[in-house]
Design a protein around this ligand. Structure first.
Ligand SMILES: [Zn+2]
Length: 386
């Protein structure tokens, strides 16, 4: 552990740097970067790269992600005693389409900073660079190399970023994820895994008045399948199934030949994942004149609350204690890139970002007073992991 004096030094540093962190956060928020917006993604990475160069002594890599933009990987403390890296994991994309900023420009009110993507997670991207700066300038080098990996397609399932996350996580001492914390600043020691499926039905069209018996309704078929899918929910266990989108039919006087549903699934264990995948891929039609086509599959494996996760958590809890606050933990249904890191074998602590509220929503904000505490917590954790 670090001494109380070192922790106090870290906290003072982040209090003194709060305006700079807030300023960089504003500049990041004011570059809109919804997933898949290549120009926005590159502009955010350009700015972060410039700030990283101002710290000095870092290896900055911009990694192309076709159709998304660029990922950013910044490596520091490469001469550390241990070879296994500590990974800080985040993302530069947001869920807010271009134009959101004009509707909800950056503003500060009652100690909170508002703007699209500020909580998930541009504020924490800015903080991550300041953490590296603090560790270098205060001469608190970690015992491990430090990799900051910011992907650019997390919000759409990390098709491109996933391999980078897994590669960084594979031999990592720890993976610290900058996703927003739960209410009260609690970190996330467990996340459900997720899957996405599409089920389309092809039946037979017919006139609804003249000869409906000759039709085979795709809408009726998928209505029945929707009920069947919802019965897979296991409220006492970890399985959650939701048919969130239902499209079908053309006109009210036509027996519909085509319909489609989109299904979101969540689970807590690999066994549950295998079970739910088998059930959905194996769906059989109620009406054998209707053809069912199922596509999709499991996307993110679960992040389990393992002994390694709890060891990281208790370490973070102690540092929070030195900083004078209680950390707290929770397990959540949403997935993040932390799920991929956990599946690659790493000890993962998620939800370490700056406190706030309204991720993906119009009232998205961070709490300004929390910036120094979160910075000192993360920097203290990185500096003291053996
Ligand atoms: Zn996020």
């Amino acid at each position: 552990m670090l001494s109380d004096a070192d922790i106090a030094t870290l906290l003072r540093n982040f209090v003194n740097r709060r305006e700079e962190i807030l300023d960089l956060t504003q500049r990041l928020v004011e570059i809109e970067s919804p997933s898949g917006d290549e120009a926005g993604s590159r502009a955010v990475v350009e700015l972060l790269g410039e700030v990283a160069q101002s710290i000095g002594g870092l290896r900055v890599e911009k990694l192309p992600a076709p159709n998304y933009g660029e990922h950013l990987r910044i490596t520091s403390f490469e001469d550390a005693r241990e070879s296994s890296p500590i990974v800080i994991l985040g993302h530069t994309d947001t869920v807010h389409p271009r134009g959101s900023l004009a509707q909800r420009p950056w503003r500060i009110e009652d100690g909170k900073a508002y703007g699209p993507g500020v909580f998930d997670m541009k504020g924490s991207c800015a903080l991550a660079l300041e953490i590296i700066r603090a560790l270098r300038e205060l001469q608190l080098p970690p015992k491990h190399p430090l990799i900051l990996l910011l992907t650019c397609d997390e919000e759409t399932g990390s098709r491109s970023g996933r391999a980078l996350v897994e590669a960084a996580a594979k031999n990592a001492r720890a993976v610290l994820v900058l996703e927003p914390p739960a209410s009260g600043g609690r970190v996330k020691t467990g996340r459900k895994g997720t899957g996405m499926f599409n089920v389309s039905a092809h039946g037979r069209a017919a006139h609804a008045g003249l000869e409906p018996e000759k039709g085979a309704s795709a809408v009726l078929e998928l209505a029945r399948q929707t009920e069947r899918l919802h019965l897979l929910n296991d409220w006492s266990g970890g399985i959650r199934v939701n048919v969130g989108v239902f499209h079908g039919g053309t006109l009210s006087n036509v027996v519909p030949a085509d319909a489609e549903i989109q299904v979101d699934v969540r689970f807590s264990t690999p066994d549950e994942a295998a079970h739910i995948e088998k059930e959905i891929l194996g769906l059989k039609p109620f009406d054998d004149r209707v053809q069912l086509l199922v596509s999709g599959g499991i996307n993110r494996p679960p992040l389990g609350r393992t002994a390694e996760v709890l060891e990281l958590y208790s370490h973070a809890e102690q540092i929070a204690g030195q900083l004078g606050f209680a950390l707290g933990e929770t397990q959540v249904g949403g997935a993040s890139d932390g799920n991929f890191a956990a599946a690659a074998g790493a000890a993962v602590l998620d939800g370490l970002g700056i406190e706030g509220d309204g991720a993906h929503a119009v009232h998205e904000h961070i709490v300004i007073d929390n910036i120094p505490l979160r910075g000192a917590l993360l920097a203290g954790l990185i500096a003291s992991l053996s």
